[in-house]
Design a binder for this molecule. Structure first.
Ligand code: ADP
Length: 316
């Protein structure tokens, strides 16, 4: 019987469990044995490997986080460690490994594929920053949580005639900031890196804003110092709010549950087709596989139209 395994790695994202659920369902249908590796590459090196059964996955689709746990494992960047990990897979008879994670986890998966292990990547990251796919699991839930928080903060900011700087996640990508800023009708959206407090102050001054929310991607700047400068320059009370892990936890939206399940199941289909050096992607709303080295070269640009719309709407 073919043995395959799954691990979750890097930052957790809502819908990772749905992906495990989809993988299990399709593996069962094809008669594959499925193993779960706990805590990412670190768990693989510790041989923390368990066979997954129906009862392990039956109720997980609605849960945030990941039932397998996740971890960061810096030593996995070393060739000797990657060879050791491949040997462990072979020892357990695991021919193919499904890695659910972001671009860092994909680097690890690519290294493992070079050691002769079949690897399929499933994009699990709230940041949407994987170039070869239109969708990454967790983005929809993270944006919806951010919008709900921004709506609440906006009500109080307007009521008290003050500003609130809301820092959302996205160290290397501003997609969450842009989407949640537009949806939350922010007074200003700063999604790009290297935003200066001066730019924010100029924007608020130019449009004579005296209250409301300013949405900032974490890679664009830090809420606390920005709030202090806005308050000092504009003489309006300004609070800093950092949403941080609030965006990553909690029940996934239906979209993340369904995309997670589909992408997970499709990863098993790719293995079945022998496309076991591939990344699961969504292109033109259809699932497809892209060869791993090819997929990792692609970068994601934010829609110029959406970015322009963000600027247009934050002037109202
Ligand atoms: P994400 O997958 O969310 O982008 P990280 O960037 O933290 O998260 O990467 C997760 C893990 O992937 C790392 O802890 C490491 O084990 C592995 N990894 C990251 N970059 C590399 C690399 N260049 N080579 C091998 N493994 C890597």
């Amino acid at each position: 019987m073919k043995k395959i395994a799954v691990l979750t790695s890097g930052g957790d994202a809502q819908g990772m469990n749905a992906a495990i659920y989809g993988i299990f369902g399709r593996a069962q249908e094809l008669g594959y044995e499925l193993y779960g590796i706990r805590n990412g590459y670190a768990g693989l090196l510790r041989e923390d490997i368990v066979k997954l059964h129906r009862e392990d996955v039956r109720h997980i689709v609605a849960k945030g986080g990941t039932i397998l746990g996740t971890a960061r494992c810096d030593e996995f960047k070393e060739l000797s460690v990657q060879k050791k990990a491949a040997d462990i897979c072979r020892k357990y008879g695991i021919s193919d490994l499904i890695v659910i994670g972001g671009d860092g986890s994909y680097q690890g998966a690519y290294c493992l594929s070079k050691q002769g292990i079949g690897v399929v990547g499933v994009p699990g990251t709230i940041d949407l920053d994987i170039g070869c796919t239109e969708y990454t699991i967790g983005f929809d839930t993270a944006v919806n949580i951010a919008v709900e928080a921004i709506d609440r903060i906006a009500d109080t900011s307007e009521a008290h005639s003050c500003f609130s700087v809301v820092e959302v996640m996205g160290r290397r990508a501003g997609f969450i900031a842009l989407w949640s800023g537009i949806a939350g009708s922010a007074r200003a959206i700063f999604a790009d890196s290297n935003t200066t407090a001066e730019q924010i102050v100029d924007h608020l001054r130019k449009y004579h804003f005296t209250s409301g929310t300013i949405v900032l991607a974490e890679g664009a700047g830090k809420a606390e110092p920005m709030a202090e400068i806005i308050e000092r320059e504009l003489h309006v009370h300004t609070r800093a709010n950092v949403l941080a892990f609030i965006q990553r936890g909690g029940n996934p939206t239906a979209k993340d549950r369904v995309y997670g399940s589909m992408m997970g199941a499709y990863a098993v289909d790719l293995i079945k087709k022998g496309k076991n050096h591939h990344l699961v992607c969504v292109k033109h709303d259809e699932l497809c596989g892209v060869e791993i080295s090819e997929g990792m070269k692609q970068t994601k640009e934010c829609s110029a139209y959406l970015a322009h719309l963000g600027r247009t709407l934050s002037c109202i």
